[in-house]
Design a protein around this ligand. Structure first.
Ligand code: NAP
Length: 284
């Protein structure tokens, strides 16, 4: 049975350390600040934003959630982003995705000051990551790297397969693994012989968005399996992309869902907000 990679525990530990750090920073007159811009009434987004707000509050980060109606125009939203770009109280700006169809997501991501782009989605930050010189890093893959570090999982020379090629998970994950000297393959919906490919993997990161898609047939004995997926089962239960019960006995390490990657994502958002605040102070 593989060892459980306990994201919840690691997230709590990191958040405790951050709380202490923020309290010291505050004594020195620096309060890290995060603003989340939320457009419309998307239920899942409401939950994510609330969790981010609560985490920030726990750590002592100044946190503001700006809520805008679905009808806000692109121009108005861009003006709001610009306002926060110029507000020295906020070191992190996050626009909760998805946005309504009439707003161009790319334009919005481009409008965020890359120095405050704590989600790491700005093309400049993605480009820096792909060039091997990362600034702000997308939080989900960043959290996964922290898990590897904490559990002492060596990536050098390992065969890594990432299933999924989104800009927020799959692609940045692949580049971070590459930087750690893994040999990386990115798989997607057009990949042939996916299970056979995955059986070559020492490290398998699954970010598809299909419940229990990855079975034991995908797993090489002793592989490290990271499940990014968040799906609802027919019974409404939160489930991952990996069939945990049959995969765990083959894996050397495995993340559960819930309690794996999810808590680390929020934690890295807070981490990057604090780092951004410190950089801002160093530059001013
Ligand atoms: P996404 O943008 O929908 O990307 C999904 C990827 O999976 C695509 O690249 C797609 O390939 C690939 N895919 C779909 N069906 C496939 C199949 N049958 N075989 C192989 N590849 C397939 O999703 P995402 O934003 O990356 O998120 C992925 C999952 O992670 C979702 O469940 C999401 O909820 C979850 N997530 C969790 C966290 C967290 O904090 N825990 C954070 C972000 C996302 P194509 O490119 O060819 O279409």
């Amino acid at each position: 049975m593989g060892e459980l990679i306990d994201g919840k525990k690691l997230a709590a530990l990191m958040q405790e350390q951050m709380k202490e750090e923020v309290s010291l920073l505050k004594e020195e007159g620096l309060t890290p600040g995060l603003v989340v811009l939320l457009v419309g009434e998307n239920q899942a987004s409401q939950v994510y934003v609330r969790n981010k707000d609560l985490a920030a509050e726990r750590i002592g980060i100044r946190s503001t959630v700006e809520r805008y109606p679905e009808s806000i125009t692109e121009e108005e939203l861009l003006a709001e982003i610009n306002r926060y770009n110029n507000d020295p109280l906020f070191h992190g700006i996050l626009v909760q995705l998805p946005l309504p169809a009439h707003i161009d997501e790319n334009k919005v991501l481009l409008a965020i000051d890359p120095k405050k782009d704590v989600d790491g989605f700005h093309p400049l930050n993605l480009g820096a990551l792909f060039a091997g010189n990362p600034g702000m890093i997308p939080c989900t893959p960043f959290g996964i790297i922290k898990m590897f570090e904490y559990y002492g999982i060596d990536l050098e020379g390992k065969n890594a397969v990432v299933i999924g090629r989104s800009n927020i998970v799959g692609k940045p994950m692949a580049h971070l693994l590459l930087q750690k000297n893994a040999t990386v393959t990115i798989a997607h919906s057009k990949t042939k012989e996916l299970a056979a490919l995955c059986r070559q993997a020492d490290i398998l990161v699954v970010a598809i968005g299909r419940g229990h898609f990855v079975t034991k047939d995908f797993i090489k004995e002793g592989a490290v399996v990271i499940d990014v997926g968040m799906n609802r089962s027919a019974a409404g239960k939160l489930i991952g992309d990996v069939k945990f019960d049959e995969v765990a006995p083959l894996a050397s390490y495995i993340t559960p869902v819930p309690g794996g990657v999810g808590p680390m994502t929020i934690t890295m958002l807070m981490y990057q907000t604090i780092e951004s605040a410190k950089r801002h102070r160093a530059q001013s």
